[in-house]
Design a protein around this ligand. Structure first.
Ligand SMILES: [Zn+2]
Ligand SMILES: [Zn+2]
Ligand SMILES: [Zn+2]
Length: 290
């Protein structure tokens, strides 16, 4: 047993006190209302890829260092997380974000889901379980992968498992934390459907290789589009750069950031050949909401 436990420090009571109630003590979190922060801009294995000695994986440019994809929106009613990447803890610490008020999921793939256990601390700050918004398909995956969070038995101590409250969403717009979110149905290869999301004139559309005409219609008049573009060569479940540029030409957002990037795409070299209104995204990119 560590001194941390024996001493019953303030932190002990903050984190392990038996009753779940909103914490009275201050906590650290930057105020980023009115902004979207890109937490991760990398593909499912991240960049650098383990064991890879290519120039991008060996690069000292922080913009070539990409954690798994995710984002967080500073809304009037709190911080809304998009996906729980396996790098979530590191991402929130890196950006100084100490609170997640709710999370919404694009789809059920591991690189967007498997950091969900990192939400365990937030019920102590919120005073209630973390609200999750996702489709029924994503919910069923969450209940299987994180089955221990839903087992109906007494747990050894508060915070032992994530406390979650799941809300089902479909293709219809919904209100959350003082904002209106428009889901954008996206196709992600032959076996997976994804939801992109539009909030005001900003849209986040990761993990897709096809956008239907009806979804393109929901993406008209954007100031900023964040769009999947894995690499230069085609891929069965993600847009390549040329395919993403074709989508950009059809939607014509004022500015586009390409995300879910692999190690094929060097930040500076790729930006040199992209149109000026299209840039590669990077971890920590901040986008004002409009
Ligand atoms: Zn992904
Ligand atoms: Zn590499
Ligand atoms: Zn995916």
């Amino acid at each position: 047993m560590t001194k941390f436990h024996c001493g019953r420090s303030h932190f002990y009571y903050l984190i392990f006190r038996p009753r779940l109630a909103a914490v009275e003590k201050p906590y650290r979190s930057i105020d980023f209302r009115g902004q979207l922060i890109l937490l991760g801009s990398g593909t499912s294995v991240g960049v650098p890829a383990i064991g890879c000695a290519c120039s991008v994986c060996k690069s000292s440019d922080p913009k070539n260092n990409r954690t798994r994809s995710g984002a967080i929106l500073g809304l009037p009613g709190g911080n809304l997380l998009f996906d729980t990447s396996p790098d979530l803890r590191h991402q929130l610490l890196r950006e100084g974000i100490g609170m997640v008020n709710a999370a919404v999921f694009t789809h059920e793939h591991a690189d967007h889901l498997h950091g969900l256990d990192d939400l365990r601390l937030f019920p102590f700050l919120l005073g209630h379980p973390v609200p999750l918004y996702c489709t029924q398909l994503v919910e069923s995956r969450i209940r299987r992968v994180f089955d221990y969070a839903f087992i109906d038995r007494g747990h050894t101590h508060p915070g032992a498992v994530p406390q979650l409250q799941i809300h089902t969403i479909v293709d219809e717009p919904f209100e959350l934390l003082g904002a209106r979110l428009q889901p954008i149905p996206l196709v992600h290869g032959p076996h997976c459907n994804v939801l992109g999301f539009r909030f005001g004139n900003v849209a986040y559309c990761t993990d897709t290789n096809f956008i239907s005409d009806s979804s393109l219609a929901l993406l008209q008049g954007l100031d900023v589009l964040i769009l999947d573009a894995l690499r230069f060569t085609p891929h069965p479940t993600h847009f390549c750069v040329d395919e993403a540029l074709d989508v950009v030409s059809r939607i014509q957002p004022k500015m586009t950031f390409l995300t879910h990037l692999s190690h094929e795409l060097d930040y500076d070299l790729t930006n040199e050949i992209l149109p000026k209104h299209v840039r590669l995204a990077y971890d920590g990119l901040r986008i004002p909401l409009t």
